[in-house]
Design a protein around this ligand. Structure first.
Ligand code: B1M
Length: 215
C-alpha cells in the first residue's frame, strides 16, 4: 500500500517536531521512498501552513515552530536524499541591503525558502552591491533576493540592480525584493521582477520567478 503523508503533514503543521521525527523514521523503516516522504509529507505540511499564514489564520510563531518540525524531519531524511532532491527548486542569493542591519524577516524568508526546496546563499546584513554581484558570479543563482526595513536603505536596492546591469549579469537572474516598507509598486518602479509581502508569499513568488526564468 502506498505511504500516506497526511499524518506527517499534520505533525509539521502543528509544529510537533517529536511526532514529525517519529513519523519520518517509521516511513523510512516501512520502505517509503525518501523523496516521497519529503514531497508528500513534510512539504505539504509547511505549504498548508503557509496558506493559513497568508489568510491570517496563524501567525509567525506558529510558522517558525512548524519550520523547526520540518527541519527536524528533513534532518532524518538527509542521509537518504540526493542533494538535488532537497534543493531542486532553484538557487537564491539573499541579503539585507547595504546600511541595513535588520535580519529577522530575511532569516525567516530564508528558512521558508529552504523548507520550500530552494538552496539559499545568505549574504547576511549590510550587503554592498558589489557583494551581490560577486555572489551572482560565484553561485549563478536563479534569483537575487533583497530585504530592506528602512526607507533610508530601500533605495540601495536600485544600486544592486544597477551594479548587476553594469556587470552584464542582469539578464541572468530574476530579482525579488521584500521588507516592511517595500510594495509591489516599488518593485515595478525600480524594475525588480518579484515582490513578496511575507515569508509564505516569498516561496510562491520564488517558484513563479524560477518558472519564468527557466522558460
Ligand atoms: Co529597527 N526600525 N531600527 N531595529 N525595527 C524598524 C524597521 C522601524 C519601522 C521602527 C519604527 O520606527 N517604528 C524603523 C524604520 C522606519 C523607517 O525607515 N520607515 C526602524 C528604525 C528607525 C531603526 C533604527 C534607525 C533605529 C535607530 O538606531 N535610531 C536602527 C537602524 C539600524 C540599521 O539597520 N542600520 C534600527 C535598529 C533595530 C534593531 C537592531 C534594534 C532591531 C533589528 C534586529 C535584527 O533584525 N536583528 C530592530 C527591530 C527589531 C525593528 C522592528 C521593531 C521589528 C522589525 C522586525 O524584525 N519585524 C521594526 C518595527 C516594526 O516592524 N514594527 C523596526 C518582524 C519581521 C518578521 O518582519 O522584517 O517586515 P519583516 O519581514 C517580513 C516581511 O517584510 C517579508 O517577510 C518577512 C516575514 O514574513 N520580507 C521579505 C522581509 N524581507 C523579505 C525579502 C523578500 C521577501 C519578503 O524577498 C527577498
Amino acid at each position: 500500500m502506498a505511504w500516506d503523508g497526511s499524518r506527517l503533514a499534520e505533525a509539521v503543521q502543528n509544529g510537533d517536531d517529536q511526532e514529525a521525527i517519529k513519523l519520518v523514521r517509521e516511513a523510512l523503516a516501512n520502505q517509503a521512498p525518501p523523496i516521497t516522504i519529503l514531497n508528500e509529507g513534510l512539504v505539504p505540511g509547511i505549504q498548508q501552513l503557509g496558506t493559513l499564514f497568508h489568510g491570517g489564520e496563524v501567525f509567525l510563531p506558529e510558522v517558525l515552530i512548524a519550520c523547526r518540525a520540518m527541519n527536524r524531519g528533513v534532518e532524518q531524511l538527509k542521509p537518504y536524499l540526493a542533494a538535488g532532491d532537497m534543493y531542486g527548486k532553484g538557487k537564491v542569493v539573499l541579503g539585507t541591503v547595504e546600511g541595513d542591519l535588520h535580519d529577522i524577516g530575511k532569516n525567516i524568508v530564508r528558512i521558508m525558502l529552504e523548507c520550500g526546496g530552494f538552496e539559499v546563499i545568505d549574504l547576511g546584513v549590510d550587503v554592498p552591491a558589489t557583494a551581490f554581484v560577486d555572489a551572482v558570479r560565484e553561485h549563478a543563482p536563479d534569483i537575487v533576493g533583497m530585504s530592506a526595513l528602512l526607507t533610508m536603505t530601500m533605495t540601495n536596492m536600485t544600486e544592486v540592480l544597477k551594479a548587476l546591469d553594469d556587470a552584464g549579469l542582469r539578464d541572468q537572474v530574476r530579482v525579488m525584493i521584500g521588507g516592511a516598507p517595500i510594495t509591489r509598486e516599488y518593485a515595478d518602479q525600480i524594475g525588480a521582477e518579484g515582490f513578496a509581502e511575507d515569508c509564505a508569499a516569498a516561496v510562491q513568488e520564488a517558484e513563479r520567478l524560477v518558472a519564468a526564468h527557466r522558460q
